[in-house]
Design a protein around this ligand. Structure first.
Ligand SMILES: Cc1ncc(COP(=O)(O)O)c(C=O)c1O
Length: 394
């Protein structure tokens, strides 16, 4: 079995989540929308209870949670839903160059439809807070024509955590709704939408030990409801914002996954930070000239970087070649959705790496099920593979 250090791409489904989902397939399989019979009403109650628990974890109310097929759909709903609302008069969108493709591509489509799009640069690599957006740049970019600001909570490649609460205060001053793609944070750190001040927040169950194809969008209803137009039309479920039979299996799994995360945030974050820092220290012992991509790993910089994330630029050797040498190690050279593409990561280029440096980089994502023994083994394999490949190019 490979050592899995790609927990930013996805996570193993927690056995307790699998156990919670099983009865939804063989016992409670009725349609949660079938209110005409007892079997349907029972599933409806189970689903409502799960959505309430999900909402509680965000300090939101249950009518503010729209369940979706994952963060890609949630981001599409947030961006198109705000931009295409019949009452929308504003024609400008503001985001970052380092966003996930599930934000960048919908925004590019809106640009083709006539919206002005401002893609802000971020702080460059080498700075302790590499990847964050400077607030004065954002302040200059927004205006009373801005329909939406979309800035991710944490970057999926370099782990940069954005100062979302400060960004929200800025947006509130101009009455601009703020969307954040929180896929990398939900289930890894506690999130309170009231103290963050965001209006829309995307999340995805497979990033926190839940099932794939399941996610959600928080949509603020008070004090000012977000004007959102549904994008998937049909049976009118979820207040017409997202039609389709509710995925009762996935919703129960996602709620269970969040319940588990909320019981173990503190110890899990400490354990992952320890393993992440150990990997970085061991790699530095074995390989000269490594460069860290993204924010500083120091404990006092914890609020700027996900504790589970490490992104490393290896001297002289391509990340792809290292991965080919190490079939027993699951890591990645970019985001999972773009890892099949030959292009270097737009995130690494966005923080100022050269094309060669971006190609020589690997991302490591530590998760709940990793052990110290796996980190020791991974560092040893990487050291050996690097020495072998560097020897050929020297
Ligand atoms: C930041 C971010 N946004 C969006 C997505 C897409 O999520 P999903 O796979 O649930 O559609 C991912 C997953 O790779 C992600 O890391």
């Amino acid at each position: 079995m490979a050592i899995y250090l790609d927990n930013q791409a996805t996570t193993r489904v927690d056995p307790a989540v699998i156990a919670a989902m099983m009865p939804m397939m063989d016992l409670y399989y009725a349609n949660p929308g079938s209110t005409t019979h007892e079997a349907g009403r029972l599933v409806g109650e189970l689903v409502n209870d799960a959505i309430q628990r999900i909402a509680d974890h965000f300090n939101a109310s249950s009518d503010e949670i729209i369940v979706t097929s994952g963060a890609t759909e949630s981001n599409n709903l947030a961006l198109f839903g705000v931009a295409m609302h019949p009452k929308q008069k504003r024609r400008s969108l503001v985001s970052l160059v380092t966003e996930h493709r599930a934000v960048l591509d919908p925004i590019a489509k809106l640009e083709r439809l006539g919206f002005e799009v401002i893609r802000l640069p971020v702080v460059q690599n080498g700075h302790p807070e590499a990847g964050i957006v400077e607030l004065d740049r954002l302040a200059n970019a927004i205006s009373d024509n801005t329909a939406l600001v979309s800035i991710m909570l944490a970057n999926n490649e370099i782990g940069t955590l954005q100062p979302i609460a400060d960004i929200a205060k800025l947006c509130q001053r101009f009455c601009i709704p703020l969307h954040t793609d929180a896929s990398q944070v939900v289930g890894r750190m506690p999130i309170d939408v009231q103290s963050l001040g965001v209006d829309l927040l995307s999340f995805s169950a497979h990033k926190f030990y839940g099932p794939k194809g399941m996610g959600g969008l928080y949509v603020r209803q008070s004090p000012t409801p977000v004007k959102l137009q549904g994008q998937i039309l049909g049976g009118g479920q979820q207040l017409n914002l997202r039609s389709g039979t509710l995925n009762s299996v996935g919703i129960i799994g996602m709620a269970k996954a969040l319940d588990i995360s909320h019981q173990s945030f503190g110890p899990e974050m400490a354990a992952q930070e320890h393993l992440r820092n150990l990997l970085w220290a061991l790699l530095n012992k074995r390989i000269d000239g490594l460069k860290l991509n993204g924010p500083n790993l120091a404990a006092e910089n914890r609020s700027s970087r996900l504790v589970s994330n490490l992104n490393v630029c290896f001297p002289m050797v391509e990340g792809q070649s290292l991965m080919l040498e190490l079939p027993g190690l699951a890591v990645s050279s970019g985001s999972a959705c773009t890892s099949a593409e030959p292009h270097p990561s737009h995130v690494l280029l966005g923080i100022g790496l050269s094309v060669d440096e971006a190609r020589s980089s690997l991302r490591f994502g530590i998760g709940r099920f990793n052990t110290e023994a796996e980190i020791l083994q991974s560092a040893e394999w990487l050291g050996e593979a690097h020495a072998k490949l560097a020897h050929f190019v020297a």
